[in-house]
Design a protein around this ligand. Structure first.
Ligand SMILES: Cc1cc2nc3c(=O)[nH]c(=O)nc-3n(C[C@H](O)[C@H](O)[C@H](O)COP(=O)(O)O)c2cc1C
Length: 265
């Protein structure tokens, strides 16, 4: 075969493609375990961040294991379920919110007319994360998800021991536009959540993500969060997400039971 023949050129090109695809495929396979580990670690980091327990360069897994206890809650009953009564896929370490929410065995459809956060299906069970000190609950960290503009945003909201004050909020997964809806990741925006009131004394939900900037001089500032500039749809989605998950169809029944437990010592 001539060195500049078409056949030779095609064969060389095919050979290069084959070698490259083998390299890419092997890299993807060998890195997938590392990616899964990093994803898990990122989730733990977000749990700690929501709970205001995270500091730069800390050993995330160690601190998580020392401070946080995961449990599974039956949302309707508002009760923690004994782990050994649950199948493998519902154990906290294996719990995949997407899978559980889309499985008709474990979830029910929500009427779209009453679902502004487009949660779509409410799972029977959800994981929750308790921060305990001397066996006393100090904080509870709750997974949340709901639709923004382009994507479903997955995150955590944490409440202090009074179950009224917010300790923090983080999102660990979304595909909103950087600089617009993606500003949910901006540390300055996230910092506002700490200390805001999620509920009033009678248990009604107060927390509201408004359109625009919160007027700090008004008493309502204690339960309002600045909207994301140029991203009203994401802003509305976050507001609706919180109202859903903190309400009766979300963690409401569990938070009532937990408040009784905490108050009764
Ligand atoms: C390329 C592009 C990306 C956008 N990304 C977002 C977004 O992530 N979240 C959002 O709420 N709005 C986003 N918007 C804007 C919405 O289309 C809509 O105009 C906006 O939510 C209205 O908000 P405003 O009333 O604050 O301007 C985007 C618009 C464009 C053109």
């Amino acid at each position: 075969m001539q060195s500049d023949s078409i056949m030779r050129t095609v064969l060389v090109a095919l050979g290069v493609c084959l070698v490259c695809s083998i390299m890419v495929a092997s890299a993807a396979v060998s890195l997938s375990a590392l990616q899964a580990e990093n994803k898990k670690l990122d989730k733990l980091k977000n749990i700690l961040q929501a709970g205001d327990l995270y500091t730069e360069n800390m050993e995330i897994e160690k601190v998580y294991n020392e401070k946080v206890q995961a449990a599974i809650v039956d949302l309707k009953k508002g009760q923690v379920v004994e782990i050994d009564q649950l199948p493998e896929e519902l154990q906290p370490a294996n719990f995949d919110i997407r899978k559980v929410s889309s499985n008709p065995q474990y979830s029910t459809a929500i009427d779209p007319k009453t679902d502004p956060a487009q949660v779509k299906r409410v799972p029977q069970y959800m994981p929750i994360y308790l921060v305990k000190e001397n066996n006393e609950t100090q904080k509870v960290i709750l997974p949340i998800h709901g639709k923004g503009l382009w994507s479903t945003l997955y995150g955590f909201i944490a409440l202090e021991r009074d179950l009224q004050t917010i300790a923090g909020l983080t999102y660990y997964e979304h595909a909103e536009t950087p600089g617009l809806g993606g500003e949910v990741d901006n540390p300055r925006w996230k910092a506002q959540w700490k200390g805001k009131q999620a509920f009033d004394d009678s248990g009604d939900i107060l927390i509201t993500v408004i359109k625009g900037i919160v007027d700090k001089a008004k008493p309502s500032a204690s339960y309002q969060i600045d909207g994301l500039a140029g991203a009203t749809i994401t802003t509305r989605g976050i507001d609706a997400t919180l109202k859903f998950w903190l309400g009766e169809r979300g963690y409401g029944p569990y938070l009532k039971k937990l408040a009784e437990e905490i108050n009764n010592g």
